[in-house]
Design a binder for this molecule. Structure first.
Ligand code: NI
Length: 196
């Protein structure tokens, strides 16, 4: 596929296929985030480094279709978080705020089992369950992170305002207030010891 073929003209109607089980498109290439792209995202650096030494696993992938940054356009695609853990912390996306903080986002879970972890700058936080058929509304001002607590890929479809933008830096610097980790075989919400 050439770069030129990758361009989608959002000013014209179009359609795109996503596999409902695997989440992948047959015509587009997803962006990938491997373990090496997730430095300091997991609270247990020692477990992270040990795991990375063994294998640079694919943690998640998602589609960026090149949506123009216009308020009237809609960015959409699928996200696939693979099963796994760093220590007892489940594989997850980095999580982000929107640059335009007052923009919401909708996710619908297509496959797998997990949670959306949400928190706003004022300190309010919430978890929402992700299971097939469950739609999650990420309200304005809430950072959102998908976490796979199951044994199969966690596949979601998302849509948000084209000009919302992504602020990954705040989470990279501060971390999330809460984490979802496995405790006695069960996903549990705990305080992040590294939160700044
Ligand atoms: Ni978002």
């Amino acid at each position: 596929m050439s770069g030129a073929e990758d361009y989608i003209d959002f000013a014209k109607p179009f359609s795109i296929y996503f596999n409902l089980l695997k989440g992948l498109s047959d015509t587009r290439k997803p962006s990938q985030r491997r373990l090496s792209n997730m430095k300091h995202m997991y609270f247990n650096d020692e477990a992270y480094n040990k795991m990375l030494d063994a294998d640079d696993s694919l943690v998640y992938e998602f589609y960026e279709l090149g949506t123009p940054e216009n308020a009237g356009d809609i960015a959409f695609g699928t996200s696939i978080v693979y099963p796994g853990k760093v220590g007892n912390e489940y594989f997850m996306t980095k999580g982000h705020f929107h640059n335009v903080l007052d923009t919401a986002e909708v996710y619908i879970c297509l496959q797998g089992q997990g949670f959306m972890l949400l928190e706003n700058p004022e300190g309010d936080w919430k978890t929402e369950e992700l299971r097939p058929g469950q739609a999650v509304y990420c309200a304005i001002r809430y950072a959102h992170r998908s976490i796979n607590v199951g044994n199969e890929p966690l596949v979601t479809f998302f849509a948000f305002r084209g000009d919302a933008g992504h602020d990954y830096g705040t989470i990279e610097k501060k971390g999330y207030r809460k984490l979802i980790v496995e405790m006695e075989g069960t996903p549990s919400v705990v305080d992040n010891p590294n939160w700044k």
